[in-house]
Design a protein around this ligand. Structure first.
Ligand SMILES: C[S@@+](CC[C@H](N)C(=O)[O-])C[C@H]1O[C@@H](n2cnc3c(N)ncnc32)[C@H](O)[C@@H]1O
Length: 298
């Protein structure tokens, strides 16, 4: 059977030609400063010693662009955990969660630890982050990254997050869900088969439902993916809004983005979805992302 292509999103992605061009272009390499290990000023010196092009990112002082650098991990400073290689679009969700110092946080799908280590930096190594993942090979990278970056407030667990037996014990929960990762496509614009999308959509809904059970009243849940498929984004969030005691919070993003969509084909998701955000590759010359912020009613 012929596979679908990114053209299925032609009607929902504003400036579709710019989007396709960005998908086919090389992406800017970005890194994130790890304040647990080095001062920002010292990191800038180190990056400038090692790379030809170092640019500060205006919307986030922890982020730096290294042009089209192919080997950003080749330095001793990387091995020492002074910085983490991460796409700019992937840095937004942890900022939306924005956990306060000393909070108790669950990162449900944490490996290899990009967002866990960012949350740890935001919390200045205080409080507790439970960084969980289901896949053992990926947990090894999570352990390595958490220890390389000296994230002392992180404990790592190995669970299917949909089966965690607890209730209302976290101030914040991040659901960085497994997805079809269409936001990382380059050149190849053919999508994963529809059955995979549908099965991921069910898993994503179960993960987000569990997050809503695990978060305390008035606590915050952030749901994110790196895919464009509405079945994995707005459909998941709208189905949870119908069944759980949570509401969507408006996002105040400092990065260019499009609003979440109200419908796709025959599916209706509702106007509340405009409170969620879609970041496309042409917005940041980075990957794609979808982000929704939910608050549990008190
Ligand atoms: C998008 S990746 C997470 C990336 C990570 N948050 C980061 O920023 O580096 C999704 C993760 O979900 C994990 N996963 C898939 N199903 C899961 C489940 N039922 N419970 C917990 N983790 C799961 C996968 O192993 C994968 O590591």
């Amino acid at each position: 059977m012929e596979r679908e292509t990114l053209h299925r999103y032609r009607d929902i992605i504003p400036d579709f030609d710019a989007f396709l061009q960005a998908i086919r272009s090389e992406r800017i390499t970005a890194v994130r400063w790890n304040p647990h290990k080095v001062s920002r000023a010292r990191l800038i010196e180190e990056l400038e010693e090692c790379f030809e092009c170092v640019e500060e990112v205006k919307w986030y002082e922890h982020a730096f662009r290294l042009g089209y650098e192919e080997k950003p991990g080749k330095t001793l400073h990387h091995i020492l955990g002074h910085y983490y290689i991460q796409e700019e679009s992937a840095m937004v969700a942890a900022l939306v969660l924005n956990p306060r110092k000393h909070a108790v946080v669950l990162d449900m799908c944490a490996a290899p630890g990009g967002k866990t280590t960012q949350l740890s930096a935001l919390m200045e190594n205080t409080g507790t982050i439970i960084a969980n993942d289901k896949a053992i090979p990926r947990l090894k990278s999570l352990v390595a990254n958490v220890s390389r970056l000296a994230c002392l407030n992180v404990s790592i667990t190995w669970n299917d997050a949909t089966k965690i037996q607890a209730k209302e014990c976290f101030d914040y929960v991040l659901v960085d869900a497994p997805c079809t990762a269409e936001g990382n496509l380059q050149e190849r614009i053919t999508l994963m088969p529809r059955r995979m999308r549908e099965s991921l959509s069910r898993l994503q809904r179960n993960l987000l439902a569990k997050a809503c059970e695990l978060v305390k009243p008035k606590g915050i849940v952030v749901y994110c993916t790196c895919t464009f498929a509405p079945e994995e984004n707005e459909r998941v969030v709208s189905s949870i809004l119908e069944r759980y005691n949570v509401k969507l919070e408006p996002l105040k993003l400092k990065v260019p983005h499009a609003k979440g969509i109200e419908s796709f084909g025959r599916e209706q998701y509702g106007c509340e979805m405009r409170k969620t955000a879609r970041i496309y590759p042409h917005h940041l010359n980075s990957g794609g992302a979808y982000i929704a912020k939910l608050k549990k009613r008190g």
